[in-house]
Design a binder for this molecule. Structure first.
Ligand SMILES: [Zn+2]
Length: 261
């Protein structure tokens, strides 16, 4: 197989089922720019490669022509038809010299860094935009009418992660649910299996310890230290006002601050 970036990008794009426009939109660039990459006219900026790889469900290293398999870092348990298969994969005759050792060395660590960088770039102001985070990570976010005792769920379907949130809940609750499901995506992807459904208390088929961890991460996503400090100062430590500004419930804020409710 041709190891060039353009060929691999085209392969990954076809396999993912996304269009050139989808990719362009996801990256916030024009469709002709993507087309230029595919025609080998231009190379993608190396800083965008992890984002492209994540969106298309392949490894950055593979896109850049390394000798390894194309994927996958996402759960391989579902949708066997449309996913990459290690088993049928043939090692290319000659691997292209590694041009980005730091990505190839540890793709998963890089992805983890990428996820937290994406989150922190949406934490510049209150409230933290969880919808943007999902979009930039290539996660589909859906509001759906669930029974009241269900907060939301995360599931891997058709090659993508989908977070569903109970449409009828208060916006603060919805934001916390999205952050909670994002936490499962970040830390518990290997446990998601056929999907995780969280009830009103964020209990699911996962262990209570796992759920507690997801709640802590969710709180860190919605209420990062710097923002919490900044908003608290601006609102003269009026906790009701701080919670409102951060788009969280007073209860969530109290838990985050380690204060009794
Ligand atoms: Zn959960």
């Amino acid at each position: 197989m041709d190891n060039s970036f353009s060929t691999r990008l085209l392969t990954a794009l076809k396999k993912s089922g996304h269009s050139q426009s989808d990719l362009a939109r996801h990256l916030g660039i024009s469709q002709p720019s993507v087309n230029a990459w595919l025609r080998g006219k231009n190379l993608a900026e190396t800083s965008r490669v992890p984002e492209i790889a994540l969106f298309l469900g392949v490894r950055s290293g593979w896109l850049l022509g390394d000798g390894g398999p194309p994927g996958e870092y996402v759960a391989p348990h579902q949708d066997p038809e449309s996913r990459w298969h290690y088993t049928n994969y043939q090692e290319p005759a000659a691997a292209v010299p590694d041009q980005s050792a730091h990505w190839l060395a540890d793709d998963e660590a890089y992805e983890y860094t990428f996820i937290w960088q994406t989150i922190s770039s949406e934490q510049a102001e209150a409230p933290v935009k969880v919808g943007n985070i999902c979009e930039r990570l290539g996660i589909v976010l859906v509001e759906e009418i669930f029974p009241d005792h269900v907060c939301g769920s995360i599931q891997y379907t058709d090659g993508r992660y989908v977070i569903r949130v109970n449409k009828l809940h208060h916006s603060n609750r919805k934001r916390f649910t999205v952050a909670h499901e994002l936490a499962h995506y970040i830390e518990h992807r290997h446990l998601i299996g056929d999907g995780v459904v969280d009830d009103m208390m964020y209990r699911s088929s996962l262990s209570s310890e796992t759920e507690r961890e997801a709640n802590q991460i969710a709180a860190r996503i919605l209420m990062p230290d710097h923002l919490l400090e900044y908003v608290s100062e601006q609102e003269n430590q009026d906790m009701d006002a701080v919670a409102r500004r951060l788009g969280v419930s007073l209860q969530a804020l109290s838990i985050r601050l380690g204060q009794p409710i």
